[in-house]
Design a protein around this ligand. Sequence first.
Ligand SMILES: *Cc1c(COP(=O)(O)O)cnc(C)c1O
Ligand SMILES: [Zn+2]
Length: 276
Amino acid sequence: MFVTGLKCFKCGTTYEMTPTAYTCPACAGTPGDDGILDVQYDYHALSNIFPDLIKKSGRYDVFRFLPLLPISEPTNVLPVGGTPLVAAPRLAARLGLKSLLLKDETRNPTRCLKDRATAIAVTLATANGYRDMYCASAGNAAISLAGFCANHGLGCHVFVPSEASQTRLNWLRRYGADIHVSTGNYDQAYDEAERAGAENGWYSRNCAFNPFLVEGKKTVAFEMGEQLGWQAPDLIVAPVGDGCTLGAIGKGFRELEAVGLTDEIPQLIGIQSEAI
Ligand SMILES: *Cc1c(COP(=O)(O)O)cnc(C)c1O
Ligand SMILES: [Zn+2]
């Protein structure tokens, strides 16, 4: 592995790579955030060799990018990634753009970019002997986790806010998840998930808590870079919940720059629907 350590975004402390690490021990309980850890790599060792390593992998899923992932080998989770960049020339013309490409993440197993993070989480959970996983979610992350757990034979405990949609709850039921509907909002469901996860010793699939999920999400940036001949697009627009996906896209392009593949970082725009 090319991982050199885990660095706290808040206080800067660096820790050794531990596959079961969550947030920064030094920042635990401090107001604001608990100190999210960022996975660091030896970019110098990877410069020049990264494109050869990914080609030699012979894979077209998230594990193609193994040298910049916090895992030592691929596992047989549901196949994720390798999604097409679809040209949308008519929409581009309407918006006055020279070129507009859509990264079609609905091709993933549960039809969502979140599957990239789930693939890494399930890999780490099984490699470290966990039989159960959990997450808090308005729906989509829970559906992703439930789908992968059903396929892999893991227990799946999902914590959703009181206003979770029936459509999403039905997906969760079909995947056989253990569903906890909170009496409150997402924040309350999140607290309930963290409490139950800690009490029962389940593995967490909560982004901005488990530092390894963003590593899966950033593979979407690697794919876009490679599909564009290692050119960064001028601008990337992505939907935002907590901001992990947008942050992961930024990290992915910074890493491509760090290993010498691109020399520009795209401008990133996060969007949210007015209707929640
Ligand atoms: C997961 C998700 C996002 C992105 O969430 P982040 O927490 O920012 O990664 C955006 N929109 C929808 C509908 C989602 O399900
Ligand atoms: Zn810290």
